[in-house]
Design a protein around this ligand. Structure first.
Ligand SMILES: NC(=O)C1=CN([C@@H]2O[C@H](COP(=O)(O)OP(=O)(O)OC[C@H]3O[C@@H](n4cnc5c(N)ncnc54)[C@H](O)[C@@H]3O)[C@@H](O)[C@H]2O)C=CC1
Ligand SMILES: O=C(O)C(=O)COP(=O)(O)O
Length: 410
């Protein structure tokens, strides 16, 4: 594949990909605005936080894969990609430990005012009176919103500090997550109000999106305990910064932030932000994932995704429709001969039906294969009989799909 890297990734990944025959063009200086003018001629695009907007997909001539070398895909117009059949994949979980470490670092820094301590020492001031007044974390209570890869690792680290961790009950949470959370001693609150009112620390680990935009607003902050600490290492959009500013000014809360609503991308630039500069905030420069360990793990994940993709497997795609759109599945056993599937599809199309998903697997020896075809519309005996009558078709079975069942669960 011809791959454009619009952010810097480890040299090892680039040499591994090149050793496997891929061409890697590395242009970390490209901005979001430059991408549309640069994308032609590339099959794949690899980015960290550089935004990939609709014009990139409109300008692309052969782009088939965008890899987000990280977790959050809110920086990529995944709908525009989906409209043009471009896969957007992320590398989930691989930078979670780094973000969890920073989250605890921010909490300690807020509680002990580490940044102010350091600034005064560097300025030649000793002030034990001022800085010797932390509450301490042992026995305090932390709410985690977003109990995914990062949230669970934060829970694990917080528990090691003797912090009681709680989360809100949430429909659809996997049994595995619930089991791991309970192993870590996480307890459950039925409502957000109860969660916030009983927590000394609130840590955000939800993805950005319409459901979580300004999740932390004035009402949310008003429900937090007086003097509580808000930690945000997820995305700036999750917090209404005007509301946070008001709560900070009122001395109601303190905050540890790694992400901001209008943060710049990578590199260096002059930048001011009222929340980032607030004296009750310990802020970092969106560096949650920026450890060498995490970046090595992410880079390895990128190599795996690109390699799997070249072998026909799409890993960690975030813009496929995973719900079955078909209304029935045809399972067709056939001799593995040229043209058999074309005839099958011809019959399906003559019946006015649309194929939503299909897979064809060849048996050992290459004599026979089985095709599984999810079809939208109404099946009929006429179609099934026409398929059975085709040369080289061995058998045809038809199963009606349950619209509520996700793909692959049948
Ligand atoms: N500061 C940094 O450098 C980094 C920030 N991130 C951010 O952290 C986010 C989370 O990352 P991961 O834990 O790896 O993702 P994840 O997908 O493993 O976990 C997200 C969790 O949030 C839950 N969730 C979604 N909507 C929710 C809602 N409305 N309320 C409560 N829970 C909700 C999901 O069910 C899932 O369990 C990413 O989407 C990204 O925006 C990720 C990596 C680095
Ligand atoms: O993985 C994520 O979601 C991150 O926020 C990390 O962003 P970055 O790769 O450091 O620009």
């Amino acid at each position: 594949m011809r791959l454009l890297f619009a952010d810097r990734l480890s040299e090892q990944t680039l040499s591994e990909l090149e050793a496997r025959g891929h061409e890697c063009v590395v242009e970390p200086g490209l901005s979001a605005d430059d991408l549309a003018g640069r994308i032609t001629g590339f099959d794949g695009l690899v980015v960290r936080s550089t935004k990939v907007r609709r014009p990139v997909f409109e300008a692309a001539d052969r782009l088939s894969l965008v890899v987000r070398a990280g977790a959050g895909t809110n920086t990529i117009d995944t709908d525009a990609a989906a409209e043009r059949g471009v896969f957007v994949c992320n590398v989930p979980g691989r930078n979670a430990a780094a973000v969890a470490e920073l989250t605890l670092g921010l909490l300690l820094a807020v509680d002990r005012r580490i940044a102010d301590n350091v600034a005064d020492l560097r300025a030649g001031r000793w002030d034990k009176d001022r800085y010797g007044k932390a509450e301490g974390l042992l026995g305090s209570t932390m709410a985690i919103l977003g109990l995914g890869s990062i949230g669970l690792l934060v829970a694990e680290r917080a528990a090691a500090f003797g912090i009681r961790v709680q989360a809100q009950t949430r429909p659809g949470r996997s049994a595995q997550t619930v089991a791991r959370a309970e192993e870590l001693g996480v307890t459950w609150c039925d409502s957000l109000g109860e969660l916030l009112a009983t927590s000394d620390v609130v840590s955000l680990h939800v993805p950005a999106g319409p459901d979580t935009e300004h999740l932390v607003d004035a009402a949310f902050l008003a429900q937090m305990k007086d003097g509580a600490v808000l930690l945000n290492t997820s995305r700036g959009d999750v917090v209404d910064e005007e509301a946070l500013l008001a709560a900070l000014d009122a001395g109601r809360v303190r905050a540890g932030l790694d992400v901001y609503a209008d943060e710049p991308g990578s590199g260096q630039t002059a930048w001011t932000s009222k929340v980032a500069q607030h004296p009750a905030v310990v802020g970092t420069h969106h560096i949650g994932a920026s450890t060498a360990q995490a970046q090595r793990a992410i880079a390895q994940g990128v190599t795996e995704i690109v390699e799997a993709f070249t072998h026909g497997e799409v890993r960690h795609c975030v813009n496929l429709d995973h719900s079955r759109l078909g209304s029935f599945t045809l399972t067709i056993r056939h001799h593995d001969r040229v043209g058999v599937l074309a005839q099958v599809l011809d019959q399906v199309s003559s019946a006015g039906l649309n194929v939503e998903h299909m897979e064809n697997r060849v048996f050992r020896g290459g004599q026979a294969a089985v095709a599984s075809i999810d079809v939208a519309g109404e099946s009929s005996d006429v179609l099934v009989e026409a398929l059975r009558a085709l040369p080289h078709v061995l058998s045809v079975a038809e199963v009606t799909l349950d619209p509520a069942s996700p793909a692959g669960s049948a």
